[in-house]
Ligand binder design. Structure first.
Ligand code: CP
Length: 312
């Protein structure tokens, strides 16, 4: 059973096919193929969501399937039913399952115990659907006629803020997979952790990211400046301390001026203007945040279609 729990679950060749299909699906949104015809896909959320929830629900519907949206707190999981039993039961009704949750072990356990494809809609470790969408959105600028993954090679991504976060982990793995350079900048206490090094080693990818406490060093000659909220879901108790520590890493006019003149600003959203990014940068024409948000729909449809193709 092919799942999509991490960026490296697809080969480079399969990733290229996903991006090419996403481009086709975007161009023919309402009259495209319906590979999920007569299928029901569960969308299981342990955490809040706007983009992931809507884009998957709409996407499953547009692919001809029926989305079954589940809030974990309203299932028997909330009353102690095991993941193993839940996965087995859901596999008897559903054709696939998208999960947004806390520990990465939860999506792995669903995949291990169930018999349907599982898609990671964000865990505390990574956010691969967001990353594939981000790469596709950059490719729309770099190679608009073909969204060719070769055009990612050598591009420099600068990531600012919490460099041990799920988005940072996903960028580190993706940069290694697609041949990009990545420089991360943040407070020393938010440096990338051992878990992402383990993930690179497991995938046979090089550990060649750089981490610095100097945001100017990371921004220098960058092609993409990327940040995420400083207070992620689950970190609310540390909000004031995080904001104080990370303020030097705000993406603002100065950071953009240090990057390449045509650098893109990207953010997975939701954004907190004047915290991790200035309002000026968010609203700048170099900001492609709403293209990213829209492309969640097209790229995730392509991911689902690819999983159905591989697993059939
Ligand atoms: N970027 C993202 O995953 O957005 P949501 O939390 O709204 O799903």
């Amino acid at each position: 059973m092919q799942h999509f729990l991490t960026e490296t679950d697809f080969s480079l060749e399969q990733a290229q096919e996903v991006f090419s299909l996403a481009r086709t699906l975007k161009a023919s949104r309402l009259n495209g193929p319906q590979p999920l015809n007569m299928q029901s896909w569960g969308l299981l959320f342990y955490k809040s969501s706007t983009r992931t929830r809507i884009s998957f629900e709409v996407g499953v519907n547009e692919l001809g399937g029926f989305p079954v949206v589940l809030n974990s707190s309203q299932t028997q999981i909330n009353r102690g039913e095991t993941i193993a039993d839940s996965a087995k039961v859901m596999s008897r009704y559903l054709h696939g399952l998208v999960i947004r949750t806390f520990g990465h072990d939860i999506v792995e356990d669903f995949a291990r115990h169930g018999s349907i494809p599982v898609v990671n809609g964000l865990t505390d470790f990574n956010h691969p659907c967001q990353l594939y969408t981000d790469l596709f959105t950059a490719l729309e600028r770099y190679s608009p006629d073909a969204v060719d993954i070769e055009s990612l090679k050598g591009k420099k991504v600068a990531f600012f803020g919490d460099c041990a976060s799920n988005m940072a982990n996903s960028w580190i793995v993706s940069a290694a997979m697609f041949g990009m350079e990545i420089a991360l900048a943040g407070p020393e206490t938010f440096a990338p952790g051992q878990a992402v090094v383990d993930a690179l080693n497991t995938a046979g990818l090089p550990v060649n990211y750089t981490f610095t406490t100097d945001p100017s060093e990371a921004a220098a000659s960058a092609d993409i400046l990327y940040t995420d909220v400083w207070v992620s879901m689950g970190n609310e108790a540390e909000a004031a301390d995080r904001i104080e520590q990370m303020m030097p890493y705000q993406v603002n006019r100065q950071r953009m001026a240090e990057a390449n003149p045509d650098a893109l600003f990207m953010h997975c959203l939701p954004a907190h203007a004047e915290e991790e990014v200035s309002r000026e940068v968010l609203d700048n024409p170099q900001s492609i945040i709403f293209d990213q948000a829209e492309n969640r729909l097209h790229v995730q449809k392509a991911i689902l279609a690819k999983l159905v193709e591989i697993n059939t």
